[in-house]
Design a protein around this ligand. Structure first.
Ligand SMILES: *[C@@H]1O[C@H](CO)[C@@H](O)[C@H](O)[C@H]1NC(C)=O
Ligand SMILES: *[C@@H]1O[C@H](CO)[C@@H](O)[C@H](O)[C@H]1NC(C)=O
Ligand SMILES: *[C@@H]1O[C@H](CO)[C@@H](O)[C@H](O)[C@H]1NC(C)=O
Ligand SMILES: *[C@@H]1O[C@H](CO)[C@@H](O)[C@H](O)[C@H]1NC(C)=O
Ligand SMILES: *[C@@H]1O[C@H](CO)[C@@H](O)[C@H](O)[C@H]1NC(C)=O
Ligand SMILES: *[C@@H]1O[C@H](CO)[C@@H](O)[C@H](O)[C@H]1NC(C)=O
Length: 738
């Protein structure tokens, strides 16, 4: 296959090509090549080891390029660092470097940018293409002219291809490159592209220096203005970019102008970062081995409750059960909601000493979301002992207890775990941005969300949950007030700053981490509002309210038949029972067990109970959904062949107490079948109680909290409620398919 067999080369870092192309390295050829071949030296200017620089070097190393870095550690005086073009300092450094190489006639020099550039092919290929072009110097080309549009007319006309010079890539024989850069006598902040352009546009120089542009992107692909021409091309080992306009496979890919994000997307694959056969190849590079550290890093956890959020107590429980030493965790909570103060108070009372510290800023501080996020981040930034800042919004349900460890191990400046809305394509990252900076769908977005492509992805935007290194906060991200920027949403402002500072943001989907819950339509006017979340957040609802062993009914026949055709099975958690009782007591208007009942059609109840209907607390739709989701499957199992409509008009909670109504006389129910769920505990909350079925002379005297009876309503199952002798007994009842 490809010419990747670098380990067999005599000099590890100097590729020797003679002739270029694919060949077998014989001994003869080896010596011939050693003395007669042309060599390629890559020169690049980088004053800092940015994430982009490291990525460049990684791609260079993969192909065994011989790279010399110029200017490392020098102060950058070449203008705005965020942009790749502009910067005479680059020419000055290249000029200095070329002075010592000017007499090496067979040395081919490739001068490229590095922060926003990667290699997609190897040195052999570049040399072959360079030699085929038969010029002494080739510049990269692009379709947009910059910085001086007035020079457009001076360019030689071409039939097709990119017409204008781009200085991000130059290849040529050393003496020729030297003759170009030795003309430099300007300042570090003068423009390099303009300098090269003027030389190229001088017809005499163009000819004597034998210069041309890579019009059809054989070697250099500038992405600016060409994003639509470029696609990923997956091979078995490698991924390339293909220019579809010229059908070329460029070797050097440059995210010039404002195409850095697109380069980041391409570099998630090119040259070997991810492919279909092997998956992610860099995911295990530079991992932090926590088990080798003497102490775990200190983490400041910032928790942001910016709107009423369902399942907040569960959120805090998950924070508590993260697998991480609690004495290494400091917690900062911003709570913007008066409604949640009771939840935080409770958690604080029970767990304040669990963490190294626990600080809450409440709604009385009247902080905007951006101010609160700045405050949290600043607490870590200003504390030299803070190794990581872990920001979590209250709508993130982390189901993976290892999340924090896994993120730290990944060793990136900014990394978030992928979390998605259950059953939806909604997640906490964007794969691309639109021109105005909002969401755009990347080609790989769906595959990443659905974990069909698994890895660690460089992405332009993330929110809800992420880990930032304290060192990055004190260096690249040391400017404060990141979250307050013009009119941007705070997370968008943070991400924009990170992008502008050249700090890569990653999202990992290497594990299942958890989910995003929906905070929309969260009505907080009830007493226990999460009960109403069965539609909006069904997974969390089920986890909170459905009995742990409910699914075993189907898998392990986990149910009982204490009387003929009376089935008994677990359905509610303790919490569900408690919250329903609380909800009813909070509502408080018990019917009093009277025959006259305005709530029912006809207005008369022959066997009245002291009760409250689900409809009275606005819970009827949710209750019927619960019946269809969780009761109907049990019905199908125990009364096989009977398909319930899951319909019920009479859904209510009954209260038995010796002071009011203690029992219910024998009766039939107006239902095909009835469910009767015990909402509290015999002996702890009441004495007596139970149910007796006359036809079978069978009583169940020890109902279990959270367990339901299911029995036919008419004809066979005449039954009575046995007297409650002390305390208060609550049951939830539904007459199903009346
Ligand atoms: C560059 O030099 C080659 C021969 O070395 C020649 O064929 C070609 O025409 C020259 N190109 C230009 C633009 O001068
Ligand atoms: C809270 O802040 C907003 C704007 O920042 C202001 O309009 C409002 O009056 C403040 N409320 C209180 C109670 O200070
Ligand atoms: C919230 O619930 C209350 C009480 O049931 C109800 O009156 C109100 O209409 C609900 N609000 C919304 C927006 O659904
Ligand atoms: C679920 O069943 C197991 C045994 O199968 C039992 O140990 C456990 O306590 C049950 N869980 C609850 C909440 O009752
Ligand atoms: C009903 O069962 C009880 C014991 O559980 C027994 O003492 C009684 O005689 C039975 N009654 C009838 C009518 O079978
Ligand atoms: C009734 O319950 C209360 C507490 O729940 C207890 O103190 C009392 O002794 C009970 N009475 C009887 C008769 O069991």
């Amino acid at each position: 296959g490809t010419s990747r067999g670098s380990t067999t080369r005599p000099y590890p870092y100097v590729p020797i090509i003679c002739p270029p192309g694919r060949y077998v390295m014989t001994l003869w050829r080896f010596f011939f090549c050693l003395f007669f071949s042309e060599k390629l030296l890559v020169l690049t200017v980088a004053t800092e080891e940015t994430d982009g620089f490291r990525r460049f070097m990684q791609s260079a190393k993969y192909f065994n390029y011989n790279v010399k870095v110029l200017g490392m550690g020098e102060a950058w005086r070449g203008g705005d660092v965020g942009r790749s073009i502009g910067g005479g300092q680059k020419v000055r450094l290249l000029k200095e470097a070329m002075e010592g190489l000017a007499d090496q006639e067979d040395l081919i020099v490739l001068s490229v940018d590095s922060y926003d550039l990667i290699f997609a092919g190897g040195p052999e290929e570049i040399l072959r293409k360079f030699q085929q072009a038969n010029n002494k110097v080739i510049f990269a080309a692009e379709g947009l002219i910059w910085p001086d549009k007035r020079l457009a007319d001076k360019y030689p006309s071409i039939r097709s291809g990119k017409r204008y010079l781009n200085s991000g890539g130059i290849i040529g024989y050393a003496p020729y490159i030297n003759r170009i850069v030795s003309q430099w006598s300007l300042h570090d902040n003068d423009d390099d592209q303009l300098f090269y352009t003027k030389i190229y546009l001088d017809p005499l120089q163009r000819q004597t220096l034998n210069m041309t542009l890579d019009h059809k992107c054989q070697i250099f692909q500038n992405l600016n203005g060409a994003v639509d021409e470029v696609l990923l091309k997956f091979g078995t080992d490698r991924v390339r970019v293909r220019n579809t306009a010229y059908d070329s496979l460029p070797v050097v890919v440059h995210g010039n102008g404002n195409t850095k994000m697109y380069l980041n997307y391409l570099a998630n694959y090119v040259p070997n970062a991810w492919n279909y056969e092997h998956g992610c190849s860099h995911c295990d590079d530079d991992l932090v081995d926590l088990s080798q550290l003497k102490e775990y890093p200190n983490v400041l956890v910032g928790v942001f409750i910016e709107q009423p959020t369902p399942f907040l107590p569960e959120f805090f429980q998950r924070l508590l059960t993260l697998d991480y030493p609690k004495d290494k965790l400091k917690v900062f909570v911003h709570n913007n909601e008066v409604y949640h103060e009771k939840h935080i108070q409770k958690f604080w009372e029970e767990n304040r000493n669990a963490f190294s510290s626990f600080k809450v800023v409440g709604p009385e501080e009247n902080l905007s979301q951006g101010e609160a996020r700045n405050m949290g981040m600043d607490l870590c930034r200003k504390d030299a002992a803070c190794d990581y800042y872990f920001s979590m919004d209250s709508d993130v349900m982390l189901t993976n207890r290892q999340t924090l460890k896994l993120l730290i191990e990944q060793n990136r400046k900014i990394i978030g775990p992928l979390v998605t809305r259950h059953g939806k394509l909604w997640s906490n990252f964007w794969g691309a941005l639109s021109l105005d900076g909002y969401y755009a769908r990347s080609e790989d977005y769906v595959d990443i969300v659905q974990r069909k492509r698994v890895g660690v992805w460089n992405i332009p935007y993330m929110a809800h949950i992420y880990l930032v290194k304290g060192s990055a906060l004190r260096n690249e991200l040391k400017e404060r007030n990141y979250f307050v920027l013009e009119k941007l949403d705070p997370d968008m402002a943070l991400c924009r700053n990170a992008r502008e500072m050249g700090v890569f943001m990653y999202i990992t989907n290497r594990h299942d981490f958890g989910r995003l819950i929906s905070t929309a339509n969260y009505n907080i006017s009830h007493y226990n509002n999460d009960l109403w979340q069965i539609f909006e957040n069904p997974v969390d609802w089920k986890e909170k309210y459905i009995h742990q062993n409910y699914t075993q009914i189907f898998t392990e026949n986990y149910l009982e038949e204490p009387c003929p055709d009376v089935f008994w099975f677990p359905v509610f958690t303790e919490k569900a029972c408690d919250e329903i009782v609380e909800e009813m007591e909070h509502y408080g208007s018990w019917s009093g067990g009277k025959h006259e009942d305005k709530r029912i059609s006809g207005g008369y109840e022959t066997v009245p109970t002291d009760d409250i209907h689900m409809k009275q607390i606005g819970f009827d739709k949710e209750w019927l959904h619960f019946i269809r989701e969780f009761i109907s499957p049990v019905t199908l199992k125990v009364f096989s062949g009977y398909y319930t409509k899951g319909y019920a008009v009479m859904n209510f909670v009954v209260k038995y107490t010796p002071e009011r109504q203690a029992y219910l006389r024998p009766h039939h129910d107006s239902s095909t079948f009835t469910i009767n769920i015990a909402l509290n505990n015999k002996d702890r909350d009441f004495q007596g109680g139970g149910c007796r079925f006359h036809r079978y002379n069978c009583s169940i005297e020890s109902p279990r909290k959270g367990w339901s009876f299911m029995h036919p309503g008419r004809l066979t199952h005449l039954h009575e409620g046995l007297p409650t002798t002390n305390g208060t007994r609550y049951i939830a009842v539904s007459f199903i398919d009346p």
